[in-house]
Ligand binder design. Structure first.
Ligand code: C5P
Length: 250
């Protein structure tokens, strides 16, 4: 394959607080990872799919991958073959998880997408658009949406907020020009050599693949994101995803 997608699903899901890694929390009765992989497996071009999971979830992830592969083959019999999905054990940071995925790239791969399993409802068409844009520009590509809220820069006074719940968080320093902002999503796509070199040189605390690539001096461009590519982080996000799936199934 010329394209690979690394699906990072090795996070602990602390903020969701459901007592299990986020990618394995059920959404409409199936793990979030199943939904995420259905999107990736639906891409136009058959890609190498690498899923990075916690060590104790490897067996479960293999079952999920086999199911998604089989369903995809049944849905699209015209395809040459069912998508091959590989499972890799993740690391303690998102970046380490990405790195472990990169280590498994097939030699033929030229374009690498990195995708959060937590963006479980992302449509395949968004991944297709990222691949197309990497191919035509030769640059890193990230999907982004315009920001609709007014954004303030704030000097955060955490101590005050902790002491008095609901009290002010700090002092407003200024208003950020919204026209210059984009809320970015995944999948983020890069020429393979650009991403592998940038990740090898990155400092360990960086969590954003595009920031790592930009820090290494490579251009990154933004294309239109998709509202369904939102990241499921809180219970409210999970509820929203449940409602969207229920509405789509009606
Ligand atoms: O925690 P957060 O939602 O920012 O994580 C984004 C994505 O990175 C999630 O899909 C999560 O599973 C993944 N991740 C990972 N390995 C880590 C931490 C996060 O694969 N150590």
């Amino acid at each position: 394959p010329l394209v690979a997608v690394i699906v990072v699903a090795a996070g602990s899901g602390t903020r969701l607080a459901l007592g299990q890694p986020k990618a394995f929390v059920p959404l409409q009765g199936r793990p979030m990872l199943t939904h995420a992989l259905q999107g990736v497996a639906g891409m136009r071009e058959s890609a190498q799919i690498i899923v990075v999971v916690p060590e104790d979830r490897v067996a479960q992830a293999r079952l999920i991958a086999a199911q998604v592969s089989a369903e995809c083959a049944a849905d699209a019999p015209a395809r040459a073959s069912a998508p091959a999905i590989e499972i890799v054990v993740g690391g303690s940071s998102r970046q380490e998880s990405v790195q472990r995925g990169l280590a498994r790239l097939h030699p033929s791969v030229e374009i690498v997408l990195v995708h959060d399993a937590a963006r479980a409802l992302t449509p395949a068409a968004l991944a297709d658009a990222v691949v197309d844009a990497v191919r035509t520009t030769g640059h890193g590509i990230i999907p982004g949406l315009a920001v609709s809220d007014t954004i303030k820069r704030v000097a955060v006074a955490v101590a005050v907020a902790d002491a008095v719940p609901g009290a002010r968080l700090g002092t407003v320093l200024g208003t950020v020009d919204r026209s210059e902002l984009a809320a970015v999503q995944t999948p983020q796509g890069f020429p393979r050599h650009v991403l592998t070199a940038a990740v090898a040189a990155a400092s360990p605390e960086m969590t954003d693949d595009a920031a790592i690539v930009a820090a290494a001096g490579h251009p990154v461009r933004v294309i239109d994101g998709h509202p369904l590519a939102f990241k499921i982080t809180t219970r409210a996000d999970l509820n929203r995803a449940e409602h969207l799936l229920a509405a789509a199934g009606e």
